[in-house]
Design a protein around this ligand. Structure first.
Ligand code: AMP
Length: 246
């Protein structure tokens, strides 16, 4: 199975093409992942993409990559987002929506998409709906991973992320072959700034207030697929595939 690792188009926007393209594509899935921070979405995204052949599109990854990018590599919406972040402000719905609109070519890509971190608010979801209608695309489902808060705190404090390719590990549950080194690209594994306890509390509060209503939004639209996030990554993955009917 082809696994997309180059995401130049998603990072840069516009007409930029990814360097790697699969020769053959099966069905193009159009999926959204929902769930609080620490529920294991990054790991599930990796597993789903390698099984379904879709491209993992994470707005958080785009922002992290943009921080290290040259100014001329950044699209107009990315520049606005970076300015907001430098001021210590949240990135506004309008800016994130503009950023996704600049990447319409990615949404139409023949390998499909798995959106992660977007939409984050009902306003973003409504904007995405109208963009998908314009592009004549329909969502296959919105996978919503459910887990109680104590288990989430446990998982987050042990999470380590590759600073080069973004692959996600856990100090106990998903160890790399060599301690502190990414299995895929040999990049260094670090604890993300926003996985530290004080950041976790802020992110959980923001999630409850702004993102929970998304579950209701997609339930009403008949798109919500609830998946229990209890157990190992492999067990959760098997549950998601079964629920999706893949
Ligand atoms: P994540 O990796 O999804 O946790 O995203 C990391 C950070 O990027 C978040 O804490 C936000 O500041 C920003 N971000 C990512 N996606 C969005 C979005 N859809 N709307 C607003 N901010 C976002």
């Amino acid at each position: 199975m082809f696994t997309q690792t180059d995401r130049s188009a998603w990072i840069c926007g516009g007409e930029i093409q990814c360097r790697e393209q699969p020769a053959e594509v099966g069905r193009a899935y159009h999926l959204i992942l929902l769930g609080p921070p620490g529920v294991g979405k990054g790991t599930q995204a990796e597993l789903l993409c390698s099984r379904l052949g879709t491209c993992h599109l994470s707005t958080g990854d785009v922002f992290r990559a943009a921080k290290d990018a040259e100014d001329h590599q950044c699209s107009p919406a990315i520049r606005t987002a970076l300015e907001a972040m430098r001021r210590g402000d949240l990135v506004s719905d309008d800016t994130v929506i503009d950023m996704v609109r600049e990447r319409a070519a990615c949404l139409k890509c023949r390998i499909g998409f798995l959106l992660d971190g977007f939409p984050r608010t009902v306003e973003q979801a409504m904007a995405l709906d109208s963009l998908l209608t314009d592009l004549n695309l329909d969502l296959d489902g919105v996978l919503s991973y459910e887990l109680d808060i104590d288990a989430i705190v446990d998982r987050l404090s042990g999470r380590r992320t590759c600073e080069h390719c973004g692959a996600v590990y856990h100090v106990a549950a998903r160890k790399p072959i060599v301690d502190g080194v990414c299995d895929h690209c040999s990049g260094a594994l670090v604890q993300r700034e926003d996985d530290r306890p004080e950041s976790i509390r802020v992110r959980m509060a923001a999630y409850e207030e702004k993102t929970r209503p998304l579950s209701d939004y997609y339930r009403e639209a008949g798109k919500l697929v609830s998946v229990s996030a209890v157990g190992t990554a492999e067990a959760i993955f098997a549950r998601a595939l079964q629920t999706l009917g893949v």
